[in-house]
Write a protein that binds this ligand. Structure first.
Ligand SMILES: Cc1cc2nc3c(=O)[nH]c(=O)nc-3n(C[C@H](O)[C@H](O)[C@H](O)COP(=O)(O)OP(=O)(O)OC[C@H]3O[C@@H](n4cnc5c(N)ncnc54)[C@H](O)[C@@H]3O)c2cc1C
Length: 507
C-alpha cells in the first residue's frame, strides 16, 4: 500500500473531503480500534479515511506480540483473546484455519501467533471495507496533537508532516518505565537492559553469564524462560519476591462476587473479597474462579474508592492482587518450576541499593539487606511507568502541558470518560480518545485484551457517532442477525494492494 502524501503544510489541508480518523499506535489496541472502525464504518456505510501512525514495522504486534520465541506464550487462554467480545471463539477458529487444527479455547497460543492474528484480522477488515474506508499507514511517531481551527485535531509527526483529523485515538500503550528504582551507576552501565521488550534489547545478553531480573511479574517470567540456559543462573528479585500464580490446567467458570461491593470502603471491600475467595475455594476447590468473577467489576470497584484508598491499595494490596490476577500459562509454570528445582532460577525478596562494575566486565549488585550478587547483566522487569508521560514521549508531555489532557487519579495515566480525554479544565468536547494503559488510573485493570477490545468497540461507536453528526451516514449499528465473524476469502481481483507489509500475516 502506498502511503498517500500527508499534509506538507497546514494550509494544504483546507479541504477535508472525507472525515479522517487518526489512530496513533498500531499495537494490539490500535489494531483493534482499526478493525472495529473498518468493520463498523463499512457496515454503516460511513465513508472515512483512517490513518494509522506507528513506526513499528508491522501492525498488531506492539511490545507484547513481536517476539518470535515460540516458548513465549500468551498469559490469557485462546478463548479470552478474540478480537470480538461477542464472538469469543474467533481466535480459536483463526488458529484452526492456520495450522493448529486441534487447538482448544483453554490452550495458550504463542504470542507471535496472536500478533499474526491481529494483523490478519486487520488486513481482512481493510479489504472488506474498501470503497468505504481508505487506510493509510504512516511509519513514524506522532509528536504532538493540537486543536485545529475547525474543531478537529492536528497531529504533528516526527517526519515533519501533519495529519488533520476529525477524531484522534491514542493507542500508544503503556509509558516506558523510568527505572526510578535503579541507582545511577546501574543506569549508566552498558550491562543494564532498561527496556527488555525493545526489539534486539536482549541480543547482547547472549547465552552465558548470570543475569539479575529486577521485578518478579510476568515480564520476569518471560525473561526467565527466554534466558534460561544450562550453566547460567537467573536471579529474580522484587520487594516481596512473589512470582505470578499459574492458570489452572482445567479452568472453572468465573464465580461472580456478591452484589454491593462497589459501595464499600476499602477495608470492607478487602474483607468481602477475602470472603468471596474463601467461599469459592470451599465450594469449587480453587480460588481462581473468584478472581475471574471479580474481573469485570474491577473498574467500578476502583472508581468507588477515594484517592486515599487507592493509594492504600497500591501500597498494601496491589502486589498480592497482581500475582493472583496476572497469571502465567501452565506450561510456563512447569518450566519455571523445573528451572527453580535445578537452581538455574532463584527468586528472592530484595531491594537493589547499588551496583558497581566488576573487573571481569559484569556488575556487583548490593541489596538493602547487605547481600551482594555478581552478575553479567541486570534487566529491568519492573514494568511500565504509571504517569502518561513517564517515558518522556513528547506527544503525551505536550498534551499534558497544553492542557488537552489531565493526569488521572494519583497521577496514573490520564482522565477520561468512556475513553474520551478530559482536558485540564475537566471538559470533554474534543474528539480525542485513548484506551488501554493510559486509562489505568481510572480503571486499574485495563491493560489486557479482554478489557482493551471492549474499549476499542466503545471508542469506535463514539467516533462514528461523531462522524454521523458531522458528515452523515447510516445510523444503524446492528450486525445482521446470525452473521458471524468468518474468514471470507479476499474478493477476487480485490484491492490486494491495500494489504502492504503492515498487514501481512507472518505465521
Ligand atoms: C510481554 C507482554 C506479554 C503480554 N501478554 C498478554 C497476554 O497474553 N494477554 C493479554 O491480554 N495481554 C497481554 N499483555 C498486555 C498487553 O499490554 C496488551 O495485551 C496489549 O498488547 C497492549 O497493546 P497496546 O497497543 O495498548 O500497547 P503496545 O503493545 O505497547 O503498543 C503501542 C504501540 O504504540 C506505538 N506508539 C507509542 N507511542 C507512539 C507515538 N507517539 N507515535 C506513534 N506510535 C506510538 C508503539 O510503537 C507501539 O507499537 C502482555 C504485555 C506484555 C508487555
Amino acid at each position: 500500500m502506498s502511503v498517500v502524501p500527508v499534509v506538507p503544510s497546514p494550509s494544504c489541508e483546507a479541504v477535508r473531503p472525507r472525515p479522517t480518523v487518526a489512530v496513533v499506535g498500531a499495537g494490539a489496541a490500535g489494531a483493534l480500534v482499526a478493525i472495529h472502525l473498518c468493520e463498523s464504518a463499512a457496515r454503516r456505510r460511513i465513508p472515512l479515511d483512517l490513518v494509522l501512525v506507528d513506526p513499528a514495522p508491522e501492525a498488531g504486534r506492539g511490545a507484547a506480540y513481536a517476539t518470535e520465541d515460540p516458548e513465549l506464550r500468551l498469559n490469557v487462554p485462546v478463548g479470552g483473546m478474540s478480537c470480538y467480545p461477542d464472538d469469543p471463539d474467533h481466535f480459536r477458529r483463526w488458529l484452526c484455519l492456520h495450522g493448529e487444527s486441534t487447538v482448544t479455547a483453554r490452550d495458550f497460543a504463542s504470542r507471535y501467533r496472536y500478533g499474526s492474528y491481529l494483523a490478519g484480522t486487520l488486513g481482512r477488515a481493510v479489504i472488506a471495507a474498501h470503497g468505504t474506508v481508505s487506510v493509510r499507514r504512516l511509519r513514524t511517531r506522532a509528536t504532538g496533537c493540537a486543536d485545529a481551527a475547525d474543531g478537529g485535531l492536528e497531529l504533528s509527526l516526527a517526519d515533519g508532516a501533519t495529519v488533520m483529523a476529525h477524531s484522534v485515538v491514542l493507542a500508544t500503550g503503556p509509558a516506558a518505565g523510568r527505572a526510578g528504582w535503579a541507582p545511577a551507576e546501574l543506569v549508566a552501565s552498558d550491562r543494564f537492559v532498561r527496556h527488555p521488550w525493545t526489539p534486539g534489547a536482549l541480543d547482547a545478553v547472549g547465552t552465558s553469564g548470570d543475569v539479575l531480573l529486577v521485578g518478579t511479574g510476568l515480564t520476569a517470567v518471560d525473561l526467565a524462560l527466554a534466558l534460561d540456559r544450562p550453566g547460567r543462573t537467573v536471579y529474580a528479585v522484587s520487594r516481596d519476591g512473589l512470582l505470578p500464580q499459574a492458570h489452572a490446567v482445567a479452568p472453572l467458570p468465573p464465580v461472580p462476587p456478591p452484589p454491593g461491593l462497589a459501595a464499600l470502603p476499602l477495608h470492607l471491600l478487602r474483607r468481602e473479597v477475602t470472603r468471596h475467595v474463601a467461599a469459592t475455594r470451599r465450594a469449587h476447590g480453587d480460588w481462581r474462579p473468584a478472581l475471574d468473577g471479580l474481573r469485570p467489576e474491577i473498574g467500578r470497584l476502583w472508581q468507588g474508592l477515594t484517592d486515599d484508598e487507592r493509594a492504600e491499595f497500591l501500597g498494601r494490596d496491589a502486589s498480592r492482587w497482581n500475582v493472583h490476577r496476572h497469571r502465567m500459562a501452565p506450561a510456563a509454570a512447569e518450566t519455571i518450576a523445573r528451572a527453580r528445582a535445578a537452581d538455574r532460577l532463584r527468586v528472592h525478596a530484595g531491594r537493589v541499593v547499588s551496583a558497581t562494575p566488576h573487573e571481569d566486565g559484569g556488575l556487583v549488585v548490593s541489596f538493602a539487606d547487605g547481600r551482594e550478587l555478581q552478575v553479567a547483566w541486570v534487566v529491568d522487569c519492573t514494568g511500565p511507568g504509571l504517569a502518561a508521560d513517564a517515558g518522556g514521549d513528547p506527544l503525551w508531555s505536550g498534551l499534558l502541558t497544553d492542557g488537552l489532557a489531565a493526569a488521572g487519579p494519583l497521577g496514573i495515566g490520564v482522565s477520561t470518560v468512556r475513553g474520551r480525554l478530559l482536558d485540564g479544565r475537566g471538559h470533554r468536547e474534543r474528539p480525542l480518545f485513548t484506551l488501554g494503559a493510559p486509562r489505568r488510573g481510572e480503571l486499574w485493570e485495563t491493560t489486557a485484551i479482554p478489557e482493551i477490545r471492549t474499549q476499542a468497540l466503545e471508542i469506535t461507536q463514539s467516533v462514528l457517532a461523531g462522524l454521523i453528526g458531522a458528515h452523515g451516514g447510516r445510523g444503524d449499528t446492528d450486525r445482521p442477525a446470525g452473521s458471524g465473524y468468518d474468514f471470507p476469502p479476499a474478493p477476487p481481483g480485490g484491492p490486494s494492494s491495500l494489504i502492504d507489509d503492515a498487514f501481512s500475516v507472518k505465521q
